[in-house]
Design a protein around this ligand. Structure first.
Ligand SMILES: Cc1cc2nc3c(=O)[nH]c(=O)nc-3n(C[C@H](O)[C@H](O)[C@H](O)COP(=O)(O)O)c2cc1C
Length: 384
């Protein structure tokens, strides 16, 4: 029997045309295991298949929409036929287990490095809204382990919108159930939203509406491909991670505009990340984020779109929020890393007691398959 404290998590949920079997979702988790080629592989399939046995909805790890010099050189992409074919196998396996899978479409903007081989191969600079470096970053595979650099302000941002659209076309061809735009954690869409990374004086910068334009147009591009009821976005209004964050009043004005307009577009969900201590770096002696009550501030704006949430939730707290009508589903991140059967454990009252190995979160960068398996597909399921 499902413990009473989490029973609300196991009510099915209609997400656009799809019925999710529960509300225990997997948040995007970069694991850096598409070694060596950015092509999703058999090991990645094994990882997703384990989790698909109990997750209601899986958001893939961040999927690079174009070759970029990521801090995680073995993140998967979706620009080639081989990548589409690799994803297709994973999607089929997930569907066979009765789960649903969205691709998280990811452009890093200023958090790429020009000396990373993948970036160099493109022959393109690192693009961002403005030529402002993020403080932080650590490229462990580049000699000297450099941090972020000053990017090149993109002349015409529609070039980057085209990349989102093409990635969505490829995601559809692969058979994904939908796409989530990565609008959080200081990556490209967030860089346009935030006035500390976007100081443009054209129609892509300045007012809250102008800074929202890039993300809203990106949503429109992927809606064109998937339909509005198969498109979501992840947002982290509190900022922090990757040097994001505006004064409170400007933060609220910006995200109020963005969410209101995204809701008008009729997208199926917004994943609102709460403030996370773990994702809030200390910069110049101070925590960087703009802490505020995310759900209380933005929930009243939602008229059509579902509110999902993420960051720091426990099963019990998530079930209570669902019961109270505050959210309709919750994304869990860390919990799924060391518990391949995370949702099943909640459902059957099993403890979440696998110790986590932080050294293997992102693989070993150079390891053979045996090493890549460690801390990835070798966490045991509970005994039922
Ligand atoms: C190893 C690791 C990789 C992550 N990769 C991504 C990612 O690719 N995209 C993303 O949106 N968030 C990423 N995150 C953030 C998680 O999705 C999630 O927002 C965060 O862990 C907070 O949720 P939690 O408290 O349930 O863990 C990552 C987090 C971890 C720990």
């Amino acid at each position: 029997m499902v413990p009473a404290s989490v029973v609300a998590l196991f009510e099915p949920l209609q997400l656009g045309p799809l019925t999710l079997r529960n509300r225990v979702f997997i948040s995007a988790l970069t694991r850096n295991r598409s070694v060596p080629t950015n092509i999703p592989n058999a090991l990645n399939l094994e990882y997703y298949q384990q989790r698909a046995k109990s997750a209601g909805l899986i958001i893939t790890e961040g999927v690079l929409i174009t070759p970029q010099g990521s801090e995680w050189p073995h993140a998967p992409g979706i620009w080639s036929k081989e990548q589409i074919a690799g994803w297709k196998k994973i999607i089929d396996a997930v569907h066979q287990e009765g789960s649903v899978i969205y691709a998280q479409l990811w452009h890093l903007g200023r958090t790429s490095h020009p000396d990373a081989p993948e970036q160099k191969a493109t022959g393109l600079p690192v693009y961002a809204p403005s030529a402002i470096s993020a403080r932080g970053g650590k490229f462990r595979f580049i000699p000297g382990e450099p941090g972020y650099v000053t990017p090149t302000a993109i002349d015409d941002p529609t070039i980057l919108l085209d990349l989102f659209e093409t990635a969505a076309v490829n995601a559809k061809e692969a058979g994904f159930d939908g796409v989530e735009l990565h609008g959080a954690n200081g990556y490209l869409i967030h860089q346009f939203l935030d006035s500390t990374s976007n100081t443009r004086t054209d129609s892509w910068g300045g007012s809250a509406a102008n800074r929202s334009k890039f993300g809203l147009l990106a949503l429109e591009r992927v809606i064109k491909v998937f339909g509005k009821d198969r498109v979501g976005i992840k947002l982290s209004p509190a900022g922090g991670y990757n040097d994001m964050g505006m004064p409170l009043e400007e933060t609220i004005a910006t995200f109020t505009h963005f969410i209101t307009e995204a809701d008008k577009l009729g997208i199926v969900y917004v994943d609102l990340m709460r403030y996370s201590e773990m994702l809030d770096p200390v910069i110049d002696g101070e925590k960087r984020a703009t802490k505020h009550d995310i759900l209380a501030t933005y929930s009243p704006l939602f008229k059509h779109t579902k509110i999902f949430s993420n960051a720091g939730w426990t099963g019990e707290e998530a079930a209570a929020a669902i019961k109270d009508g505050k959210v309709e589903g919750v994304f869990f991140g860390m919990g799924w890393i060391n518990h391949p059967d995370f949702a099943a454990r909640l459902e059957h009252g099993k403890p979440l007691d696998n110790p986590i190995d932080f050294t293997t979160l992102y693989g070993t960068y150079h390891g053979n398959e045996e090493e890549q398996r460690k801390g990835y597909v070798d966490y045991p399921a509970a005994v039922y």
